[in-house]
Design a protein around this ligand. Structure first.
Ligand code: MSP
Length: 501
């Protein structure tokens, strides 16, 4: 049996409510997880929360709560959000869980014993807001640091460092030998460019307790806690280790945003090498969403509230828009007008209208009884199914939707060309009408199967309206001819109600 397909998202800082960017990444990972299950693979999908570090400690302080209480209360909202998105995650990691903390400490102890760390003193300019020391390169032409760093102070402190330099050439060689390791290739080129033109500085993996107490204590020095990124990255391995019977490691895909590529494509592989673990098969990097051409920001009010959109338009409309609008890689721009226009054109008038008129005609003209098989749209359906299968294996979600809409459009065109409403008026055309109605109903069934990873609720509704009992969750069911003559369909109902706006 092949290994379980293990896919992860980045784990989100628990310092506020989820926004569009978080929702997008989770949906990308969920659709890939569902697509793999649809292909017949066993899948383990992990998402969760990054609860340590300065950002979270400060957010808790601002609410005058102790950090653990703060995290526990807010984590409940994030878990409810995962349900709202109908994520099919198999576990939900919180970095404050004992199973994770113990694994991080064991890892630190092991790497310390093996001589990967050293202690050193460092003096530099520190941005508390970004939780990082700045270098001369970060200065603006006028010598100051950008206002985005907040207050910058000179600080001297002792810390533990992880020796990275010795692994630099190994990492370059690895990335060059494994072209799919970082996708899309533009990100791969960026990482290679960075590695070839810079000397890797050792990674500081601790924070003095005096400056930050909200973290995992270093097992070999109680005056320090673990740097939040060392803690967070390890979640992918700690949770794999928490399910030893599943043999999850190495991960197949880490899904993450463009801002955290360096952590995943440079630090994490070197950490894994030191830990004696294999590297993940792929780091899949998505772009960032803006709204109306500007950065999403709570302070300026330029936000998209995913929950409000879902409550108004339905979850599937939200899942559809983010994946259809934006390919995995480039940056995207949310506009309410763009959202509404895709809803009307592609969901209501495209898919929704096709299913509704096909099934309504079958109900009206044939009492809802499926006629004998006919293969007029079989080749179109096979083309969409073959393309979708291949695209699923490459996590090409936007292209898969385009291919699926090729079949939606073809079937709508078929209605316009064959004019079943005219055929119904002429008893001599009864057999032709049977053929047309079969092709339409079967095309709807195949569409439900192809769409299931993207629009699970809609796909399930289409199956129910066809009177089918199973779930459209296996791609092998996309083979033409699944609908049997004599099958009685259910009640047609609009999938995407038209909205007057
Ligand atoms: N806690 C770290 C990740 C640790 S992973 C071991 C972190 N958290 S985050 O909450 O800031 O971001 C979580 C994910 O959301 C990241 O992959 C980030 O790129 C993504 N996004 C945050 N804002 C985004 C947009 N506006 N658009 C798309 N994705 C964005 O980083």
């Amino acid at each position: 049996m092949s290994k379980r397909f293990y896919i992860t998202t980045a784990i989100d800082y628990l310092n506020g409510q989820p926004h569009l960017g978080h929702a997008y990444e989770k949906i990308v990972a969920d659709v890939i997880a569902r697509a793999r299950r649809s292909l017949g693979q066993e899948v383990f999908f992990l998402t969760g929360l990054d609860e340590h570090g300065q950002k979270v400690q400060q957010a808790a302080q601002a609410e005058k709560k102790n950090p653990q209480e703060y995290c526990d209360a807010l984590a409940a909202d994030w878990q409810a959000f995962a349900k709202k998105l109908e994520l099919t995650n198999d576990d939900f990691v919180r970095t404050t869980q004992p199973r994770h903390k113990e694994y991080v400490q064991a890892t630190l102890a092991k790497l310390h014993d093996a001589g990967h760390f050293y202690k050193a003193s460092y003096t530099g300019f520190y941005s508390a807001k970004e939780e990082t020391f700045l270098t001369e390169k970060d200065r603006l032409p006028d010598g100051k640091f950008d206002a985005s760093y907040g207050e910058v102070v000179e600080l001297k402190e002792d810390n533990y460092y992880f020796k990275l330099g010795a692994h630099q050439q190994w990492l370059i060689d690895y990335i060059e030998a494994n072209p799919d390791f970082i996708a899309p290739s533009s990100r791969r080129n960026e990482v290679l460019g960075f590695l070839k033109n810079n000397t890797l500085e050792d990674l500081c993996i601790s924070r003095p307790l005096a400056r930050l107490n909200w973290g995992i204590p270093l097992p070999f020095d109680p005056d320090f806690v673990t740097y939040v990124w060392f803690d967070a990255l390890v979640n992918y391995a700690s949770i794999a280790a928490a399910h030893p019977e599943l043999g999850l490691w190495p991960a197949d895909i880490h899904v993450l945003g463009k801002d955290i590529v360096k952590f995943h494509a440079v630090y994490w592989p070197i950490m894994l090498k030191a830990m004696g673990l294999a590297l993940p098969k792929q780091i899949l990097v998505h772009g960032w969403w803006q709204k109306d051409g500007a950065k999403i920001s709570k302070s300026t009010g330029n936000i998209v509230d995913p929950i409000a959109v879902i409550n108004e338009w339905g979850l599937d409309a939200f899942r559809f828009y983010v994946l259809r609008e934006l390919d995995i890689g480039p940056d995207g721009n949310w506009t309410d007008a763009g959202f509404r226009s895709r809803y009307q054109a592609e969901l209501a008038n495209g898919l929704g209208n096709l299913v509704n008129r096909s099934l309504s005609m079958l109900k009206r003209y044939r009492n809802g009884v499926v006629p004998a098989r006919s293969n007029e749209l079989a080749a179109d359906a096979a083309k969409a199914a073959d393309e979708t299968r291949a695209l699923f294996k490459q996590s090409q979600l936007q292209s898969a939707l385009q291919s699926i809409w090729g079949l939606v459009n073809r079937a709508n065109q078929y209605v316009d060309q064959t004019k079943p409403f005219s055929l119904a008026k002429d008893p001599a055309q009864a057999q032709r009408l049977d053929e047309v109605l079969y092709n339409l109903a079967e095309a709807c069934r195949v569409l439900a199967v192809l769409l299931w990873p993207f629009l699970p609720g809609t796909a399930t509704k289409i199956y129910a309206q066809l009177g089918l009992t199973g779930s459209p969750d296996k791609l092998e069911a996309a083979t033409w001819g699944g609908l049997q003559a004599g099958q009685v369909i259910g009640e047609p109902a609009p999938l995407f109600p038209r909205k007057d706006v």
